[in-house]
Write a protein that binds this ligand. Structure first.
Ligand code: AMP
Length: 196
């Protein structure tokens, strides 16, 4: 990898159903970034029936987090696959403080760092509504089961929400109102990035 110092590395953060996947598509298009979604990578492994997929499925189906070590190693190997990237969007990662710490360390090893965490804020009832609707089209078992959804939100609140503080301490945290039309939210994200 070269030109690492000018990379734009975004953590797109938010609870399940906040719109991270949808908004990532808009951001990669505008800024030419590489989209790394740990959830997408796990689902591709489940589909391909790999050993990683089998392991991940046992956690995902219950709405639990896949263990840190597995997730961190997987993400690290994805990052180093890319030569001379303009930057990355990390979508659904980091989800624990240990993951955030590991991400900082291995970005440092390759001479770069996180530029900003953009956190999409959406209240719980709206999230549940969105996930229910998404279940009709996503084909995701973890969207279709209300108990699994409730557990994902619980895990988000207890293990993932504290990751905000990690970036707040580094002055890299920006909250984005995640309620509104897809275009409105995209524009808020563009404005936040253009202010950096
Ligand atoms: P997502 O597509 O981001 O909603 O992720 C779907 C599921 O994959 C989550 O509910 C977790 O079980 C698992 N997962 C995705 N990303 C991570 C991560 N960073 N750490 C642990 N588990 C993850």
């Amino acid at each position: 990898m070269t030109s690492l110092s000018i990379m734009l590395n975004i953590v797109l953060f938010g609870p399940p159903g906040a719109g991270k996947g949808t908004q990532s598509e808009r951001l990669i298009e505008k800024y030419g970034l590489i989209h790394l979604s740990t959830g997408d990578i796990f689902r591709a492994n489940i589909k391909g029936e790999t050993a990683l997929g089998t392991l991940a499925k046992s956690f995902i189906d219950k709405g639990q987090l896949v263990p840190d070590e597995v997730t961190i190693n997987m993400l690290r190997s994805e990052v180093v696959k890319h030569t001379d990237p303009k930057g990355f969007i990390f979508d659904g990662f980091p989800r624990t403080n240990a993951q955030a710490q590991a991400l900082d360390e291995f970005l440092k090893e390759i001479g770069t760092s996180i530029t900003v965490m953009l956190a999409l804020e959406v209240e719980e009832n709206e999230l549940k509504e969105r996930l229910k609707k998404r279940a009709e089209v996503s084909g995701r078992a973890d969207d279709a089961n209300p108990e699994v959804i409730a557990n994902r939100i619980k895990v988000y609140n207890s293990e993932t929400a504290p990751v905000k503080d990690f970036y707040q301490h580094q002055n890299k945290f920006v909250a984005i109102n995640g309620i509104g039309s897809i275009d409105e939210i995209t524009n808020r994200l563009f404005e936040a990035i253009d202010l950096i």
